[in-house]
Write a protein that binds this ligand. Structure first.
Ligand code: TXE
Length: 494
């Protein structure tokens, strides 16, 4: 199948010297070099230098200098700039999608539709909050002794400099969630992209400058997180950390941010479940599984990995699913007909291969997939595993890959108890034609978001975030306002 031709802008972009974006300029990194690998081929795309600690400091200082003017800018002007950036991303859709596909292995269709079109939608949504982030007027009950009166009101004030630490699975979109939310509230940002996908955010910051964003409002600091992350979080100018990534790193980020009195929100994934009730047909269940578990090679924090199926249907479902998964078009993510590209990086492939080896040892049955493709790319066939029991490792450890774990239940109530026994709770779904029944389950599923007859769809108007070990804080809706502003009370005697 043919690959799409790369745009000349993309080829020219890869030929440039890359680094970070600090104080309104693309700068060469002064830290250690690292490679960006094309996961479809295993070949390096380019080598760039990470930011040095001095450059991380310069980015934080730049964001701090830019903060006062950005905070004091008329809200409508801030909103207009976000709208301009949305238009710019729409205009550069193909260029950014191709860069992202080369670095992450995401299929070009998903890069266009999710990374770009969704980023544009989220930017426009957040731009709409400009001028609407308000306080309240309060009635106070202080007694008046000499005719004096009192009133009080609250204001929502921006926190200051936000450190946004983002992963590789949706490197543009997840960064846009954080950048747009911070900026519309009047905060400035320093973004730390994943070292696997460092390039598109540098391009985004350049485009923001072209739109008229003042220097320092959006900075991008590239490089491995182990040293840069703590330096950014511990910087005196850091008022808040917004983190999306692994549970282990997120917990370390949270400990260090809280110990230093910084606000922190965490979105950490976990082990999401989908519960299919027994009134559905085999085809309906299979369609639901494919939607919930296998998009973007399963590398979506909200994707389902544990599938609870009625005992009388599990055999038929797995038989039909096996046919559909075995027919998945796997291949170059630059081919528009590809449905499944490679995993995003070698570490990801190794981690999943190790988990599958554990599954085999524990007596789980690999129904289909489980093998890598020949060649140097990081391809894994879409995999379905019928686990031996609810205590199998695969029912607990996040694979973050195209690996569904399937288990039968006799009693949906018992399945619910098992799902809720998880220490995580980012997302879950319940599927049934009986909406009344599904709504009752949705109330009791312990997760930050529960979908009914759908899975993985995120909308800017609907708050998103986890419970239990899956994180704290909420993105989107009006819920983000709490996370990026401080509530100030003002009392007046008159
Ligand atoms: O994540 P990390 P990795 C899960 C998934 C995957 C695993 C590892 O299971 O297999 O995590 O992925 C930065 N202080 N998810 O290693 O380390 C890092 O540079 C501050 C789930 O890529 O969490 C990157 O920018 N920051 C997930 C970001 O943290 C640090 C999405 C995330 O990297 C740091 C991705 C430190 N000490 C992976 N160390 C989801 N929930 O969406 C690293 N970083």
């Amino acid at each position: 199948m043919p690959q799409i031709p790369l745009l000349s802008e993309v080829t020219a972009f890869f030929a440039r010297d890359h680094g970070s974006y600090i104080d309104g300029e693309a700068v060469k990194g002064m830290g250690a070099p690292f490679q960006v690998i094309n996961p479809a081929t295993g070949e390096p795309l380019l080598t760039l230098n990470g930011a040095s600690l001095a450059q991380a400091d310069a980015a934080m200082r730049s964001a701090q200098r830019a903060f006062t003017a950005w905070r004091d800018m008329a809200t409508l002007q801030r909103g207009t700039l976000l709208l301009k950036l949305a238009d710019k991303l729409a205009e550069k859709r193909e260029e950014l999608a191709q860069i992202e596909t080369l670095c992450s292995g995401k299929t070009i269709q998903l890069a266009r539709m999710l990374e770009l079109d969704q980023s544009v939608a989220f930017l426009r949504y957040f731009a709409g909050w400009a001028g609407k982030i308000n306080g309240e007027t309060l009635d106070v009950s202080l007694p008046s002794f000499a005719g004096e009166k009192y009133t009080a009101f609250t204001r929502r004030q921006p926190l200051g400099v936000v450190v946004a630490i983002v992963p590789w699975n949706f490197s543009i979109m997840i960064a846009v969630w954080k950048i747009a939310a911070a900026l519309v509230c009047g905060c400035t940002v320093v973004v730390k992209p994943s070292e696997y996908t460092p390039l598109t955010l540098v391009r985004l910051a350049e485009l923001a400058s072209e739109c008229g964003f003042p220097p320092g409002v959006i900075n991008v600091v590239n490089g491995p997180g182990g040293e840069l992350g703590p330096a950014l979080i511990g910087h005196e100018s850091c008022a808040k950390v917004s983190f999306t990534g692994s549970v282990a790193t997120g917990n370390a980020v949270s400990r260090s941010a809280t110990a230093q009195g910084k606000r922190v929100t965490l979105e950490l994934g976990g082990k999401n479940a989908a519960l299919f009730l027994d009134d559905l047909s085999v085809t309906e269940i299979v369609n639901g599984i494919l939607e919930a578990g296998y998009l973007n090679q399963g590398q979506i924090c909200a994707a389902a990995e544990c599938f609870w199926l009625p005992a009388d249907k599990i055999d038929a479902v797995l038989e039909a699913l096996k046919v559909r998964l075995n027919n998945t078009v796997i291949g170059s993510p630059l081919d528009e007909n590809t449905a499944m590209g490679p995993l995003a990086n070698r570490a990801q492939l190794d981690k999943i291969s190790d988990l599958l080896a554990i599954a085999r040892r524990e007596g789980d049955e690999i129904v289909c997939g489980g093998e890598t493709l020949e060649g140097s790319g990081y391809f894994l066939r879409p995999t379905a595993v019928r686990v031996a029991s609810a205590s199998s490792t695969l029912m607990k450890e996040e694979t973050f890959g195209p690996v569904g774990s399937f288990i039968a239940y006799e009693d949906a109530e018992q399945a619910l108890q098992n799902i809720n026994a998880s220490p995580f709770g980012l997302a879950a779904s319940v599927w049934s034609r009986d909406i009344s029944q599904a709504l009752r389950f949705s109330e009791r599923l312990e997760a930050g978001i529960v979908w009914i007859n759908m899975h993985t769809f995120l909308d800017p108007a609907v708050p998103f975030g986890g419970v239990k070990g899956s994180g704290s804080g909420r993105e989107f809706g009006s819920a983000f306002i709490d996370d990026y502003t401080e509530l100030k009370s003002i009392m007046v005697r008159y």
